[in-house]
Design a protein around this ligand. Structure first.
Ligand SMILES: C[S@@+](CC[C@H](N)C(=O)[O-])C[C@H]1O[C@@H](n2cnc3c(N)ncnc32)[C@H](O)[C@@H]1O
Length: 222
């Protein structure tokens, strides 16, 4: 375990963190029966349900879940250290409406999620992968947009914020090419954002200090 984020404190994920090894295995011969409904991970599973991809330290999730107690939030974070940090934070706040899964979100959504499970997908300050040969690692791709459309409920939203001009151009290009799947809308800040913030994630606060401008859009499922 790295001591960087935890500063030597033991991070406890129990009750809040979910690992792929906790889930039933994926059956390559029967992909449809390998689907898992993440809403069932919550006690009150019929609530409005939202997913955040790449939650980092979990700042948005704990702020928003603390305010909207009648909405269930699932973060999906692939980096173990951030996953553990965020899960421990949720546990310390005793939030019963938020959980975090350690996984590659695009793979989990594509191969494991059933259709129409989530009202919102949040993607904030996603890694820009600036080199052309790394563009295929960006979360937003033609295939991931088709999959996000599949798992969103009717009228559901994909919410995107970035500081990175080239990634923003990539989002605009993908949004324009998939106008059959999504309609572009103006981004409205969530209740948990502070004055002048778009969302209030860790990266947003860090970049605000550096004076960087941000870009934001909502893609609403048609
Ligand atoms: C630049 S950080 C932003 C963190 C947070 N959203 C914020 O604004 O402070 C991007 C995060 O996304 C995670 N990430 C990148 N690709 C991912 C994927 N495919 N699935 C899940 N997490 C991912 C990274 O591990 C990292 O924690």
């Amino acid at each position: 375990m790295s001591l960087g984020l935890s500063r030597g404190k033991k991070l406890i994920t129990e009750g809040y963190g979910i690992e792929l090894s906790d889930l039933p295995g994926y059956d390559v011969d029967d992909p449809e029966s390998s689907r898992i409904d993440p809403r069932k991970w919550f006690q009150d599973y019929e609530r409005h349900f939202e997913i955040e991809i790449g939650s980092g330290k979990g700042t948005f999730l704990v702020q928003q879940a603390g305010l909207q107690r009648d909405v269930n939030y699932l973060g999906i974070e692939k980096a173990g250290e951030f996953y553990r940090y965020a899960a421990d934070r949720m546990r310390r706040r005793e939030l019963e409406n938020v959980r975090i899964l350690r996984a590659d979100a695009t793979e989990f959504i594509r191969f494991r999620c059933p259709p129409g499970v989530t009202q919102v997908i949040h993607l904030y300050f996603s890694d820009p992968w600036p080199k052309k040969r790394h563009h295929k690692r960006r979360v937003i791709q033609d295939e991931s947009l088709r999959q996000f459309h599949r798992v969103l409920t009717s009228g559901g939203e994909l919410r995107l914020v970035t500081d990175h001009d080239d990634l923003w151009a990539w989002y605009e290009d993908h949004a324009a090419r998939h106008g059959d799947l999504f309609e572009r809308r103006v981004f409205v800040a969530p209740d948990s954002a502070e004055d002048g913030e778009l969302v209030g994630t860790n990266y947003e606060r860090k970049f605000t200090h550096e004076g960087r401008p941000f870009h934001a859009m909502v893609l609403k499922k048609t």
